[in-house]
Design a protein around this ligand. Structure first.
Ligand SMILES: Cc1ncc(COP(=O)(O)O)c(C=O)c1O
Length: 387
């Protein structure tokens, strides 16, 4: 096996697809340190700048003294502590996907999506998924053993046609709310209407919308949507700045997950200290209008400054601003040239994005300043001129 692994890794290296982990020597923030060098970073999902916010650091220290550092067991044994319970109630009330919704905290968004799809869908069911969904929605669909149909990106017409021919017992429309590598927003009102018309469920992955859109409440509030057919997933390691995820839905859906979702049941609960810290993060999100306004200003400023670049800036009103350059080598070269100018922007390559659409995934945070955005725009123009 080692010889095979060596050959496969060699091929990956030769096609420029080798992934490297950069070791960051500082806390997350608008600038990070690698060794002795400082970089302005446009690479994290810390959209509100909470990952190193003093009030959250204090909350975690305080919570660790009160609750210790480990949950000690899974939720159904003795790991479910008061902070988990309170956080779930607060999240359910805040996001409110339907009247009387409940919420369930999980250790990551990846596990939350596996939990939703494996607990609710099975062999006789059908999952209809946007082609650009995040990998963990695809993995959850495959693990569920339901039939998986991938419809063209945001193509409601194609989705409707696919649903019209299904005989499946349960049908699920599954979509990112904000697409993680494109930054665009799914047409959730239309998708919900299709779900109603075809007796389907709508699973919404709001990893990149929660905390940012809808005044913080996320993509459902952004569109003013609420329905018993919605199963909502929000992550807590992006705009919320900490770690974990939650599912919010009708109480019967949540109780079914508690009883049967293996990614919830067979794993140690996240530390209560994190849940308690997340309660503070939720307050920061709730009171975060100034952070969201700053983010909006930076997004508009970046888009205005990026107009003259020779690459394709995708239409996105969210903090994810992808600059599609096409070939893998170009994306890597531009990313390296930016790093040489002390700016970190990751090159995103296939298979994470379709072949021929390698890109720079620029992500903005409320913790950035206009000067940071100016520095990025200047560096991009220089690199473009050299290309
Ligand atoms: C759209 C989407 N869903 C789910 C996840 C997984 O969330 P987590 O990082 O909490 O596992 C991510 C990113 O990591 C994502 O971008």
């Amino acid at each position: 096996m080692l010889a095979e692994l060596d050959a496969a890794l060699g091929e990956r290296r030769a096609s420029g697809l080798m992934r490297e982990r950069r070791v960051i020597d500082s806390a997350q923030g608008p600038s990070v340190r690698i060794g002795e060098r400082e970089f302005i970073a446009f690479a994290s999902n810390d959209y509100l700048g909470l990952a190193n916010a003093p009030e959250l650091v204090d909350a975690l220290c305080h919570a660790a003294r009160a609750w210790g550092v480990g949950a000690g067991a899974s939720h159904l044994i003795v790991g479910h502590q008061r902070p988990h319970e309170l956080l779930e109630q607060e999240l359910a009330d805040y996001v409110a996907p339907c009247e009387g919704a409940r919420a369930l905290m999980l250790s990551s968004g990846y596990l939350a999506n596996l939990a939703i799809l494996t607990a609710l869908a099975g062999r006789n069911d059908a999952i209809f998924a946007d082609r650009l969904n995040h990998a963990c929605l695809t993995d959850g669909a495959l693990l569920s053993r339901a039939t998986l149909t991938r419809y063209p990106h945001c193509d409601v017409h194609a989705l409707r046609e696919a649903l019209a021919t299904t005989q499946a017992r349960r049908r699920f429309i599954v979509t990112d709310a904000v697409f993680s590598m494109d930054g665009d927003i799914a047409p959730l009102p239309e998708l919900l209407a299709v779900a109603h018309a075809h007796d389907a469920w709508l699973v919404v992955d709001d990893a990149h919308g929660f905390g940012v859109l809808g005044g913080g409440r996320g993509s459902l509030a952004h569109f003013g949507l609420s329905s018993e057919r919605i199963v909502y997933m929000g992550t807590l390691g992006k705009a919320a700045g900490v770690a974990g995820a939650f599912i919010a839905a009708h109480p019967l859906v949540i109780e079914t997950l508690v009883q049967t979702a293996r990614p919830y049941i067979y794993t140690t609960a996240a530390p209560a200290a994190l849940a308690e810290t997340l309660r503070t993060a939720l307050r920061c999100i709730r009171d975060g209008d100034a952070r969201r306004a700053q983010l909006g200003t930076l997004i508009a400023a970046f888009r205005a400054r990026a107009e003259a670049l020779p690459w394709t800036l995708l239409a996105s009103s969210t903090p994810i601003q992808p600059l599609v350059v096409g070939e893998v080598e170009t994306a890597v070269r531009v990313s390296e040239a930016l790093a040489a100018r002390s700016i970190l922007v990751p090159a995103i390559r296939p298979p994470t994005v379709p072949a021929g659409t390698a890109r720079l995934r620029i992500s903005l945070s409320a913790a950035h300043t206009l000067d940071d955005v100016d520095a990025l725009a200047r560096a991009l123009s220089e690199v473009a001129a050299d290309a």
